[in-house]
Design a protein around this ligand. Structure first.
Ligand code: KG4
Ligand code: ZN
Length: 343
């Protein structure tokens, strides 16, 4: 690896949920390595993420993942300019593992430490995907823990226009998948099954809330699916999981797309980005692409590997903090409920 004088190399660590990840990112946009050790197969056995198991697995894996990230990027600790780490939101025990590792490295190597907000990381995946993409724009962040519509005015400058009032979009996917017997994580399974189903087979509600609201609510939809399945079972009817998946997905996607386009219009921006695990959903990508084309809006879509949890996105977000002079002390703590834009 050749490093020029002005290049900034960041070693980033992500451990907020069930992926142990490390990456080396150059100048915020170029991914030199992106190592992800997923625990999904373990958590699958329990139908969801078990926090204690997640923390323990992070401890077991983190050193090897970092070593691999350095090896694959052909760098050594000497080449690294700063250590970045997700410090919230997320599972506290899981966050603490990455944080302790990052602090130990920063201290031992005498390198700056930069704490990154997990959602800011998800949004920044777009900077890696599209080298010229920059604020201002509206971002739809949909993951297992979050559903936010965010106006990104500048790097590090966020206005939350709306968020979920109950379940996150990914959470709704996971819960509905469980109801129709598809297992964890439900998002990719529903995505796949929906391709074989009829999205107009069942009329599930579209929850738009108040006319001027950018908030989301998915728990009513989840209950509607549950009621439908129970009712059909009670009447002795077989349900068609593919139709339930496709109809549920259509309901989610319609609301997400409508609110995102409305938000972009309100802010007068001609750029939209999507982020988070649910952003890898095929139907959402297709519907948003079409809606953006119709409204002359440029749509940035990260590749699926950059949508789900990874450390490259953390390295990208950290770069813009680094060049703005943001540094954290070794007293940086995990903040499970960290708000976007809060420090
Ligand atoms: O961003 P992420 O990896 O972790 C969090 O920060 O939460 O998102 C995980 C979520 C899970 O709920 C998963 O079911 C959902 O993203 N997901 C999907 C798809 N791939 C992952 N949801 C819908 N369609 C997909 N293809
Ligand atoms: Zn995430």
């Amino acid at each position: 690896m050749t490093k020029c004088k002005d290049d900034i190399l960041i070693l980033a660590i992500e451990s907020s949920c069930d992926e142990t990840a490390a990456a080396v990112v150059k100048n915020g946009r170029e991914v030199l390595s992106n190592i992800i050790s997923s625990q999904i197969d373990l958590h699958k056995l329990y139908g969801g993420v078990v926090p204690e198991i997640a923390s323990r697995k992070h401890v077991e894996n983190i050193d090897a993942v970092i070593k691999e990230a350095l090896k694959e990027s052909d760098t050594t600790f000497d080449d690294i300019d700063a250590i970045a780490v997700t410090y919230g939101p997320g599972l506290v025990g899981a966050l603490l593992v990455g944080l302790a590792e990052a602090k130990a490295l920063a201290y031992a190597l005498k390198k700056p430490l930069i704490g990154v907000h997990h959602i800011e990381g998800h949004i920044s995946a777009n900077y890696i995907q599209n080298k010229d993409f920059k604020p201002p724009y509206v971002a739809l962040v949909v993951s297992g823990g979050h559903s936010h519509l965010v106006y990104v005015e500048d790097y590090g400058k966020y206005e939350i226009m709306g968020h979920t009032r109950d379940d996150a979009a990914g959470e709704a996917y996971d819960k509905v998948a469980r109801v129709i017997g598809m297992g964890y994580p439900g998002g990719p399974k529903i995505d796949k099954a929906a391709k074989l189903g009829n999205p107009n087979a069942i009329q599930f509600p579209r929850v738009f809330l108040e006319e001027d609201s950018y908030d989301f609510s998915f728990s009513g939809l989840k209950s509607a699916v549950l009621n439908y399945v129970n009712k059909e079972k009670m009447m002795g009817n077989e349900i068609v999981p593919e139709d339930v998946a496709a109809s549920f997905q259509k309901s989610v996607v319609e609301v997400l797309v409508a609110k995102t386009i409305k938000a972009a219009k309100e802010k007068g921006v001609d750029k939209v980005a999507i982020a988070g695990g649910v952003a890898s959903n095929t139907a959402l990508r297709e519907a948003l692409t079409k809606a953006c084309e119709e409204n002359n809006i440029y749509l940035s879509i990260p590749s699926p590997i950059l949508c789900t949890d990874n450390a490259a996105m953390i390295g990208s977000a950290a770069y813009y903090e680094y060049i703005n002079g943001i540094r954290d002390g070794l007293d940086l703590n995990a903040v499970p409920g960290l708000k976007l834009g809060q420090r």
